[in-house]
Write a protein that binds this ligand. Structure first.
Ligand code: SF4
Length: 455
């Protein structure tokens, strides 16, 4: 793969980024360079994502205003037979390939995938539920992960060495995960050591200066970094438990990549906002004074999810005005003011279970990805369920998994070939597994993560 010039990917699409250091190969440039939630959303991607695979950027959808890292995986051309087939033809090809492959293959579908893909999944769930579901099939030769890149990496970490984890479209990255670049994280760590002293030496209370915590939605390289430095992984379901684990071992937490999940969780635990500085990797000390870092409890990486950043307090106000008594539930990747204005916040699995548990017909306004909201609305017709965002703007990268790619990888497997295999290097995988194992050990007993749905 030939890396694309920065000028093609950054400045050409966002004039505000002219003059940005071209050596900084990262989407975070867009954050300070002017990309914003106002960037238009297009749903063109729903039709034929192959039209966008060869172009720079995440493509139409919620992340289209973000800047994709130079060198991000691109997908090779999908054969015309798959591009030109209609939905019914692809559906039949997928079913036929699955019949041939039988138990040799497990198909996993993320909650945010389109219905034409999810219907073929053996399991449907969030990223960690799906990665653990894969471990229940140690004899399967291949795990086809209909999600995004970091999810396939996590499945590779947890699956057997001879199992192939396959991402049907290599262009299905995640703009949030891409915002925590390993080189920038290493640089941040060095700068923190300059301010806080040796980061591996506990004080008189047995606490080290900082514990790194990464959200599941991060690359294997970041999980490996965290594992090497005494840190831990969290999900949106267990973020509070994980922060408690970290505060029992360190004076403060360095949290990445999602500033909103970190802020919302720490705020609910009583951490004052003034003790949660934001770390902008393009500025010295992340744009903070040394005294702010010394006084900090949680240092938040400057990342976000472009799907959940679209939700606003104005949308909630409108929902309440139009639907008196509406129950508003949002994902904790939403900005703090949105979480504060909602009735409840929780992971995709929390949202799903809250709706399933409602015994009376209820109006729900939901702040998360549109495909999950639509599926819940169809599944629970006794309730009125709608998405807070009036613009139907899907996750740009989840939409890369079109049924055409699923049919292609399955038929390749039938022919004895293994396309689009995702492998995590051994030197990264070992510490990344340590960070995941710490998370499992810290898992609360009050609200255990639910299993992915077996279809
Ligand atoms: S919904 Fe957000 S966090 Fe999830 S894959 Fe899409 S961009 Fe990444």
């Amino acid at each position: 793969m030939t890396p694309r010039p920065v000028a093609d990917t950054v400045e050409a699409r966002d004039p505000a980024l002219r003059g940005v250091d071209p050596s900084v190969d990262h989407a975070i440039q867009a954050i300070t360079g002017g990309s914003s939630v106002e960037a238009t959303c297009s749903t063109d991607l729903a039709a034929g994502p192959w039209d966008f695979d060869a172009r720079p950027g995440y493509g139409p959808g919620s992340s289209m205003g973000d800047v994709i890292p130079v060198g991000a995986p691109r997908q090779g051309a999908l054969p015309a037979a798959y591009r030109e087939a209609d939905e019914a033809q692809l559906d039949e090809r997928i079913r036929a390939a699955r019949r041939t492959l039988g138990d040799r293959v497990v198909v996993l579908g993320h909650f945010y995938q389109r219905e034409e893909v999810v219907r073929h999944a053996d399991y449907v769930g969030d990223s960690f539920q799906l990665a653990t579901a894969a471990t229940e099939h140690p004899d399967a030769e291949a795990i086809v992960f209909c999600g995004v890149h970091f999810m396939a990496e996590t499945a590779d970490l947890l699956s057997g060495p001879d199992q192939a984890v396959i991402l049907p479209n290599l262009a299905a990255g995640c703009s949030m995960a891409d915002m925590a670049d390993i080189d920038q994280v290493e640089e941040c760590w060095e700068q923190l050591a300059d301010v806080l002293g040796p980061l591996d030496q506990p004080d008189a209370d047995g606490l080290v200066p900082v514990i790194p915590v990464t959200y599941m939605n991060s690359s294997a390289a970041i999980k490996g970094f965290v594992g090497r430095h005494g840190g831990i992984v969290c999900t949106s379901s267990n973020a509070r438990t994980v922060l408690e684990w970290a505060f029992a071992r360190g004076r403060r937490v360095l949290f990445f990549p999602d500033q909103h999940l970190g802020r919302n969780t720490a705020k609910a635990m009583g951490v004052p906002l003034e003790r949660m500085p934001l770390w902008n990797p393009r500025q010295a000390l992340g744009g903070n004074g040394a005294e702010d870092l010394v006084a900090s409890r949680v240092i938040l990486w400057h990342g976000f999810c472009s799907v959940h950043r679209r939700f606003s307090v104005a949308q909630i106000d409108q929902a309440r005005a139009e639907h008196p008594g509406v129950r508003v539930i949002v994902h904790p990747e939403c900005p703090m003011d949105v979480v504060d204005a909602a009735d409840e916040s929780g992971s995709t699995d929390y949202i799903r279970r809250a709706i399933a548990a409602a015994t009376e017909p209820t109006v729900f306004a939901i702040g998360t990805e549109i495909n999950l909201v639509r599926r819940l609305a169809a599944q629970y017709p006794q309730h009125e369920i709608f998405c807070l965002d009036p613009v139907v703007c899907p996750c740009s990268t989840m939409y890369r998994i079109h049924p055409g790619y699923l049919a292609w990888v399955l038929e390749e497997l039938v022919e004895g070939r293994t396309p689009n295999r995702i492998r995590v290097q051994d030197d990264v995988a070992a510490p990344a597994r340590v960070a995941l194992e710490r998370m499992l050990a810290a898992r609360p007993t009050t609200e255990p993560p639910q299993d992915a749905d077996r279809r």
